[in-house]
Design a protein around this ligand. Structure first.
Ligand code: NAP
Length: 329
């Protein structure tokens, strides 16, 4: 069994599969741990009444999976070839080929981009997608956070401890954020509110770092310019489904489709969990829950799968011993 990805979904799938003696191989990515690595306090994961830091929580998820025999490969999957006939699926990490009869997809989601001029060129030079990673670089300078959800509130509150001002730029006057987060953010003195505006462009200083954002009022089209040193984009996420596009069924937004309440994808032996599947809940605890489901679905699949199609086992063994000879030589 191969698990691709290492957020709460991937590591929980690994924990359950390891405890089922499946010795799962977790290709956890070079930057393992998923988006929680970029979070500070996690206050809504049950069992931690005082809260826990995101990176510490992911370390614990990882340690727990490893303790029961999950094998971790700390590198990025470069290619996936799924097999329709119930045989071995192929997963590459560079030149290294891994084969698994069951594959759990748990690649999660990444930050959504605004797609405006200057955003890409100024990424790392003032434009960021993670206040908890980068806020300390913006001490005493004016900044903006773009977005109106809980992430935007969280980013704004964190950033307000460093920056001189944080203007929350949002395209509507109403906020999608939960009441409690909005109230907390509203109570912070140096958080200001710029609505209903969208960013049209980020502009650099002569030195090449971010100096201005050009904003447009979404009601009357008028424009204004804000002088800023930092811009944090918090407008949601994109599923990381590029590796398997065209091989399993995806919805219009690129999320992997699963059957009913299970984690079964359109490809036999391939299961999907976590943010890669879920555009509704997207919580650490729901991702962990679906990771558990994926491991159980995969375990049941393997139990009932019967022998491999003719020749597959021999081919895999030959390839393995070929590699062993090469390594030995
Ligand atoms: P979200 O709830 O989907 O909010 C995204 C925000 O970005 C929305 O306000 C949306 O505007 C705006 N937006 C999207 N595309 C845009 C674009 N192209 N240009 C300008 N604005 C754009 O995403 P999220 O805030 O990342 O939250 C995701 C989930 O995680 C939510 O369920 C949330 O509750 C949860 N979360 C919880 C916490 C916490 O409890 N501590 C912290 C972070 C996240 P519209 O509103 O106009 O669509």
């Amino acid at each position: 069994m191969i698990i691709i990805g290492s957020g709460p979904a991937g590591y929980t799938a690994a924990l359950y599969a390891a405890r089922a003696n499946l010795e799962p191989l977790v290709i956890e990515g070079f930057a393992w741990g998923g988006l929680l690595q970029e979070t500070t306090d996690v206050e809504n994961y049950p069992g931690f009444p005082e809260g826990i830091m995101g990176p510490e929580m992911m370390q614990q998820f990882r340690d727990q999976a490893a303790r029961f025999g999950a094998r971790l490969v700390t590198d990025d999957v470069t290619k996936v070839e799924l097999t329709a006939g119930g045989g071995l699926h192929k997963v590459w990490v560079g030149d290294e080929l891994y084969r698994g009869r069951a594959v759990v997809l748990a690649m999660g989601a990444q930050h959504r981009k605004l797609g405006v001029p200057g955003e890409e060129a100024l990424a790392g030079r003032g434009v960021s997608y993670c206040a908890t990673c980068d806020a300390a670089f913006f001490k005493g300078v004016p900044t903006i956070v773009v977005g109106g959800g809980d992430s935007a509130m969280e980013e704004a509150m964190f950033l307000s401890k460093f920056a001189s001002t944080v203007s929350v730029v949002h395209r509507r006057d109403e906020f999608r954020a939960s009441k409690i987060m909005l109230e907390r953010a509203r109570a912070v003195d140096n958080i200001e509110w710029v609505t209903p505006y969208v960013v049209e462009e980020f502009l650099p200083s002569q030195a090449g770092s971010l100096s201005h954002a050009r904003l447009r009022d979404t009601t009357d089209g008028s424009e204004r310019s804000l002088e800023i040193a930092g811009a944090f984009i918090a407008i949601g996420h994109e599923p990381q489904s590029q590796l398997i596009r065209g091989q399993v069924e995806l919805d219009d937004a690129g999320y992997v489709m699963t059957h009913g309440r299970s984690t079964l994808t359109s490809m036999p032996g391939v299961f999907a969990a976590g943010d890669l599947v879920d555009h509704t809940y997207r919580q650490a605890v729901t991702a962990a829950g679906s990771g558990c489901q994926a491991a159980l679905d995969a375990e049941w699949y393997l139990r009932d799968a019967g022998p491999l199609p003719e020749g597959e086992l021999e081919e895999a063994v030959a390839a393995r011993s070929g590699q062993a000879e090469t390594l030995g030589a």
